[in-house]
Write a protein that binds this ligand. Structure first.
Ligand code: ME8
Length: 651
């Protein structure tokens, strides 16, 4: 049964930094679709939010000296401000740090664990911290993360694994039976090839940091961020707490995501849901990426566009319109300030703004503001009426297919036709001829009625325009515009129009290259000169899994004094040391020849693991190991205990 509901989600964004125009793009597209389904009369639930856990956030908070929650709170306030300023109509904002979400994640984990799909093992892998993902050596590109191109870190930890591999056949079958699940089709093929290469089990817990949701059956583990994050889509519609609400909106109609996270949403997510016995969403759409003036946005290039500053200068509608009109949803797109100004002036200020302004001004001038269709029709009117009907049909079909820019082009085709209709009917000439009085009234009615239809059609895209058009046409602004009212003849005779401010002021550029909008001057945000690249902070090796005091006490650490030292023949790295430990002198071979000369060491105290099983290196038996600190750049410094008698215990 068709539920007449529509559940749409955006990715929940990481609050590790302020959002940029790329994030605004995804949320604007989702908002346009949500609004479109509302005008179709569907009950829509539109969810966005923040993905707060993980090592990246924990490290950033530690750098600032605040708790992870304090760190994200401030950034999330900025997300919410952005969505308000951009007129985003989300029904809820989910935060993964919220109690409601913890419960869903913990209950889900327990359910899958009890089902037997989760097991524990020691894991060593290559981890990309920004993407919070493990990779296999063969998946790296030039030794770096295949998703973001940044270096990976070797991590070792005891983890729980979700036995995804056993669902590979189910997944293939599901994709086969649901060919529209992954959109666009090119991404579907990528995913099929990925799974064909072999589906690995998924490591779903971490012990190397604690900013996450505790695993209910093993509290020293926290849940892997992606396993945690994906479940937000269930929490948002009250999975497990409000059955009626959940059943109303699940399965989700659409998860809109960027192309780089299609894999998580189309492989991991359906398999998780299948293991839980929950229905699979209807569609995942991977949209393209936005670049700026042809270049990938990056802090070091200083070309990261702050959407709030843009909204302040140009208004939300101009930004929304540009993003939706200019970019073909599945493909990458380019943002440029010049193109934004050109589009806004041409389509919003000129085409739409002028059509409204000319129409309402003429109705006021010729008819005291009153609209009336006197039935004095001519063939050109039928053409206009037919175009309204076909535009509504095209728009509906295109929006149903998520061809947003095509739908906008259709509506602007109608707007252009209406402007041309003014030129062709020449109302200023009709006004001079009394015998044409009825014809003039009909012409003006046709224009006003076209605008009423246009107001409905543009409402998903430029949200402030539709109420203003309605108000200028003298119509009561409805709580919800409805597509079913976009049919010819809805405007009643006798309606009184009321001219208002121009819909969109023209953007002028003054001699200094500044924009002047509605009399206010804006100095363009100059791309900040690229800051000198921050010296890469050596990544700390992850802490090893916990050990007990009893484990530690097995080691016998002693202060030793180096009494003689020489290089081990044929080895670049090894020194052979004679180390006095109390009454005994023993041979210890140590890999420190690149850092210390033999002479430097004689007479110096070191710390020795005195009860380490002997090992033979380059033919020399070593009885013990000396301790040193080393960083990831390979620097090495011996641990020391100056002025302590040799043989003293280290504990
Ligand atoms: O991936 N162009 O969060 P995130 C277009 N927390 N879209 C862009 C973009 C660009 N240049 N840059 C970002 C995460 N995006 C996870 C998601 S969901 C369960 C967890 C958009 O903050 C695009 O939609 O890195 C992309 O998928 C998303 O932001 C990634 O946001």
């Amino acid at each position: 049964m068709d539920k007449n509901t529509y559940y749409i989600t955006t990715p929940i964004y990481y609050p590790s930094d302020k959002l940029h125009i790329g994030h605004a793009y995804c949320t604007t597209v989702a908002d346009a679709l949500a609004r479109y389904h509302r005008i179709k009369g569907e009950e829509v639930f539109f969810l966005t939010g923040s993905d707060e856990h993980g090592l990246k956030i924990q490290r950033k908070a530690a750098e600032k000296g605040v708790t992870p929650l304090q760190y994200v709170d401030e950034i999330i306030a900025n997300f919410q401000l952005l969505w308000k300023e951009l007129n985003i109509s989300n029904n809820d904002f989910i935060r993964t740090s919220q109690e409601r979400h913890h419960k869903v994640v913990q209950d889900t984990l327990t359910k899958i664990y009890e089902k037997g799909d989760i097991y524990k093992k020691n894991y060593e892998g290559l981890y990309c911290v920004p993407c919070e993902s493990y990779w296999l050596e063969r998946q790296l590109v030039d030794g770096k993360c295949p998703d973001c191109g940044r270096p990976v870190e070797k991590m070792q930890e005891e983890s729980y694994f979700f036995e995804m591999s056993k669902y590979a056949d189910w997944w293939m079958d599901f994709i086969d039976k649901n060919p529209d699940f992954i959109q666009p089709a090119s991404r579907r093929n990528e995913m099929i090839n990925f799974v064909k290469q072999g589906l690995e089990d998924l490591c779903i817990t971490r012990t190397t940091f604690d900013w996450g949701i505790p695993v209910p059956f093993d509290q020293k583990h926290v849940v892997y961020v992606w396993f945690d994050a994906l479940l937000n889509y269930l929490t948002g519609i009250k999975y497990g707490t409000d059955e009626a609400m959940f059943n109303k909106f699940w399965p989700a109609s659409l998860h809109l995501v960027g192309k780089e996270i299609v894999r998580f949403h189309t492989i991991i997510w359906p398999i998780m849901l299948h293991a839980m016995g929950v229905e699979i969403p209807k569609k995942v759409y991977g949209h393209g990426w936005l670049v700026v003036d042809g270049d990938k946005m990056s802090k070091s290039k200083g070309n990261v566009i702050d959407p709030l500053a843009l909204i302040d200068e140009f208004g939300a509608d101009a930004i929304r319109y540009f993003l939706l009109r200019e970019i073909n949803l599945g493909s990458d797109g380019n943002f440029s300030r010049d193109a934004l100004i050109t589009r806004t002036n041409a389509d919003l200020a000129n085409d739409l703004g002028n059509l409204l302004h000319r129409t309402v001004s003429m109705i006021e001038k010729y008819h005291g503001g009153i609209v009336a269709d006197m039935g004095a029709s001519e063939p050109i009117d039928d053409e206009l009426k037919a175009l309204v009907a076909s535009t509504v049909a095209d728009f509906t079909k295109q929006m149903d297919n998520m061809e947003i820019n095509a739908a906008i082009k259709s509506v602007w085709g109608l707007i252009s036709r209406a402007n041309k209709y003014i030129d062709e009917t020449a109302p200023w000439i009709l006004a001079k001829d009394e015998t044409k009085a009825d014809r003039l009234k009909t012409v003006m009615y046709n224009l006003a009625e076209t605008l009423r239809n246009v107001a409905i059609l543009v409402s998903p895209f430029i949200t402030t325009a539709s109420p203003k058009i309605y108000a200028q046409l003298g119509l009561e602004v409805p709580a919800q515009f409805l597509l079913k009212e976009a049919v010819w003849g809805g405007l009643a005779n006798g309606t009184k129009v009321a001219k208002g401010e121009p819909l969109y002021p023209r953007i002028e550029i003054d001699k200094d290259g500044c924009t002047v909008i509605g009399g206010k001057k804006y100095v363009p945000q100059v791309a900040a000169p690229a800051p000198a690249p921050e010296p890469e902070k050596p990544a700390m090796e992850p802490i090893k899994p916990e050990c007990t005091m009893a484990d530690f006490e097995k080691l016998d650490l002693r202060v030793g004094k180096v009494v003689a030292a020489e290089k081990v023949k044929k080895s670049k790295k090894l020194l052979k040391l004679q180390v006095e430990i109390g009454d005994e002198v023993r041979t210890v071979v140590s890999g420190i020849a690149m850092h210390y000369t033999a002479e430097e060491l004689v007479g110096r105290n070191v710390i020795v693991i005195a009860n380490l099983a002997p090992a033979t290196l380059f033919g020399v038996e070593s009885r013990g190991m000396i301790l040193a600190a080393s960083d990831s750049q390979g620097k090495l410094v011996l641990a020391d205990a100056p002025d302590m008698a040799s043989g003293s215990r280290v504990k």
